[in-house]
Ligand binder design. Sequence first.
Ligand SMILES: C[S@@+](CC[C@H](N)C(=O)[O-])C[C@H]1O[C@@H](n2cnc3c(N)ncnc32)[C@H](O)[C@@H]1O
Length: 245
Amino acid sequence: MLTPNTLIAATDRAYTPAMADLGTSRAVHYHTRRTRFVDDCLRWAVARGVAQVVVVGAGFDSRAYRCRALLARTRVFEVDTPATQSYKRRRAEAVLGAPPDNVVYVPADLSVQSLDVLVHWGYDRSAPTFFLSEGLTMYLEESSVRRLLQFVGDSAPGSAIAFDYWLASRIADAESHDAETVRRFAMVREWREPVMFGLPDGGDEEFLAECRLALVRRTRVGTPAAARRSRRGHGGALALAIRRT
Ligand SMILES: C[S@@+](CC[C@H](N)C(=O)[O-])C[C@H]1O[C@@H](n2cnc3c(N)ncnc32)[C@H](O)[C@@H]1O
């Protein structure tokens, strides 16, 4: 039997009763903070003059539509697996209309491919670029996360990435998880997108440095309620890192 998906069920419920469910309220708080963090970083990057934006593991990200004015002078590349991307394109066109002209869809499986594939789609290696990646690094193997971050580290001066990550302890130390987290891990396993990788506890800056990136901003994640319920409390972060000079 599939793990009940309270998040999908919540979309049919009124806000207050839906938010009484721990899994739903955690997800809403987390995604709200993550969206705000990445939007702030995107504005920061555009103000610094980036020419390209790459949305890595884009899923149903709608920034190309929602931030159309902000992104008017940048090219926006959306990278995702071919199947998810093709479904997203169909749904986005049905609901939001044709994508803005500056959007380029790049099908790629980052577990076996590098972001080098972008070059075939018009990506300019010499242009400062802002990468954003939400909800991806925890579902990739370490080698794929390194390859992704190293690509950013090797990008043109002025390039940066905003992304979220979990810590290794949150993933490895399963018995310390509360029931809600265990349920969520089981759910994504059933979706064939199991949780795989977390940056080393206390070693995240070093990990980034090995990828030639420097941390600019880091915000620990976890709601106060989640922190009270979980022994570990905060299990990851939202981060902004720039290419080292
Ligand atoms: C949890 S979803 C997050 C989607 C979106 N960034 C968001 O925040 O709503 C993870 C996304 O990463 C994509 N993804 C997972 N593994 C991938 C891979 N190996 N290569 C490319 N994309 C991948 C999935 O298809 C999915 O769209």
